[in-house]
Every structure is written in C-alpha cells, then in structure tokens.
Write a protein that binds this ligand. Structure first.
Ligand code: ADP
Length: 268
C-alpha cells in the first residue's frame, strides 16, 4: 500500500475486549481487529497495531487510544476518552444519531449529542454489573450457552410469553440475580422464559440511564452487547422508542479514535 497516504489507527482497550480500527485519511474504514481476551492491555495494544499494519502493508499510522486501558497503550500518540470517541464514531456511521447507548462487558453509557456531534450529556454505570454484558455472560454460562446464542434462544423476543407472565428477575445485583435464575430453574421455568426475563431486567436498568440524559430519537445501540437483538427490542419497549443497532457496534469507540488519529499531524 502507498505509505505517503496518512492513516489513522484507533485502539479501544475496553474492560473485556480490545478493538482496533484502521482508517485512511478520508475516514474510510480499511480494516478492523479484535482481541476478546485482552488480559494485558499494553500487549493487546501492540498486537492489534501489528496485526492491522502488517495485514494492510502499512508502515506507520498515527495511533489514538481510548477505553479503560488507554493509559496503558505506550505506543499511542494520543489518548481520548471513550465518551468522546463513541460520539465521534457513531456520528461517522450514523450522521442522524442523537442518543447513543453503549453496553460493554462491565459498563453501560448513555450519551446525548448536540447537533454538531459534540457530547451534550452523558451518564455511565460502571458500578452495577446487572445492567451490563456481565449479566448476559453469567446467564449464558448458567444455561451452558455461548453469549451469541442467547438472543436466538429467546427467538429475538423479550416476552413475557404465555407461560412467562410470572417470571421476573428483580435483583439489582448479578450475584443475587444468578440465585434467582437457580430458583426459576427449580420452579421448572423453561430456559427461554428465564432468559427473556434476564433481557427485560437489563433493559429496565439501562432505560434509567437513558432517561437520565433525556433520551431523544434517533437512538443507536453500540458495544459488544448491541449484537443481541432481544435486548435491543427489550430496551426499545422500556423507553417507548425504536433502538437502532449501530453498524459494526463493537467498534464504534475504536472507529472514533481512528478518526481522531487520522487528524494527528505528525506522520513520518
Ligand atoms: P468493553 O469495551 O467493555 O470491553 P465491548 O463493547 O467490547 O466491551 O463488549 C464486550 C461484551 O459484549 C462482553 O460482555 C461480551 O460477552 C458481549 N458480546 C460479545 N458478542 C456478543 C453477542 N454476539 N451478543 C451479545 N453480547 C455479546
């Protein structure tokens, strides 16, 4: 590839996964990569950079790091907060976006954007795992499923179904909620109905977050958890609005970082 062209590399070192996006000088996405293990963010940063540059035959790209582990990316030219990067990424993908809901492995964020795309307000939950991907992971494990299988198990329908009217998970803590799941199983509640209740419980919690920022349409759903259609529908019902699944939802923060990186002047 032509090394006279400038490139931007965005790294989102999240609480669970490390994501990287490579863009060219005009903001076109060239490639992306993910490390779902991400045990040592500093090593993830080096490995993801190497993977994207080598695969695309590029010698240098300015690098902006974001996410929880951003300060550990020694190879970054700059660090930018994840709220700012999510805002930048979502407006690039969906110029009409006004509200963004991002749910990752350990936290959830609601962001409201101003007409020029800057952050007008945001709210974050990084204290309670019951409104994050962590709860889905615990539930999937309990039922011997992969996280990506949960939505299909619910037939993309958060219910409650005919035999699920009584099923509710009220605990606001994942540890107690897991005990409730055990109790539901003891009552003979089918996995599908119990898992629908899990989705509804998460939806209730994140709807509060969205209401805190004064949710306005159009609302886009990002983060790894946004790949779950059942949850997308459940949240939409809670806020009485359609929630749109963003394009490449898990990479929105990394994309925003890459777009900032493409504007970093110092390139050899
Ligand atoms: P973070 O930035 O906090 O690392 P991500 O936005 O990368 O989080 O999302 C990671 C979360 O997404 C994990 O909880 C993971 O289990 C979940 N996840 C990954 N793939 C899927 C899927 N297909 N459906 C639902 N959740 C998923």
């Amino acid at each position: 590839m032509n090394n006279k062209v400038s490139f931007g590399l965005g790294l989102d070192l999240g609480s669970t996964a490390g994501k990287a996006v490579l863009v060219d000088g005009t903001g076109n996405v060239i490639d992306k990569a993910i490390d779902v293990v991400n045990v040592e963010p500093a090593k993830t940063a080096v490995a993801l950079r190497k993977e994207l540059l080598e695969r695309n035959g590029i010698k240098h790209a300015a690098l902006v790091a974001t996410g929880y582990g951003r300060s550990l990316a020694d190879n970054a030219d700059k660090q930018v907060t994840e709220i700012t990067c999510h805002a930048r990424g979502i407006r690039h993908l969906h110029p009409d976006a006004v509200t963004v809901l991002d749910i990752g492995g350990q936290d959830a964020k609601a962001i409201r954007l101003s007409p020029d795309g800057t952050v007008e307000d945001f709210a974050m939950n990084d204290r309670c795992a019951a409104g994050t991907g962590r709860f889905l992971e615990v539930a999937a494990k309990r039922y011997g499923m992969e996280i990506a299988e949960l939505s299909a198990c619910c037939e993309d329908d958060p219910g409650p179904g005919e035999d699920g009217l009584e099923v509710d998970i009220s605990s606001t803590c994942v540890v107690f909620a897991e005990s409730e799941l055990v109790g539901l199983r003891a009552r003979g509640i089918r996995p599908q109905e119990a898992l629908r209740a899990v989705h509804r419980a998460i939806a209730k919690r994140v709807a509060l977050l969205l209401k805190q920022v004064g949710v306005q349409m159009p609302v886009y759903f990002t983060g790894g958890v946004a790949q779950n259609t059942t949850l997308c529908i459940a949240i939409g019902r809670e806020i009485n609005m359609t929630l749109h699944m963003a394009d490449m939802p898990q990479f929105t923060g990394a994309l925003g970082a890459a777009l900032f990186a493409a504007r970093v002047k110092k390139q050899p």
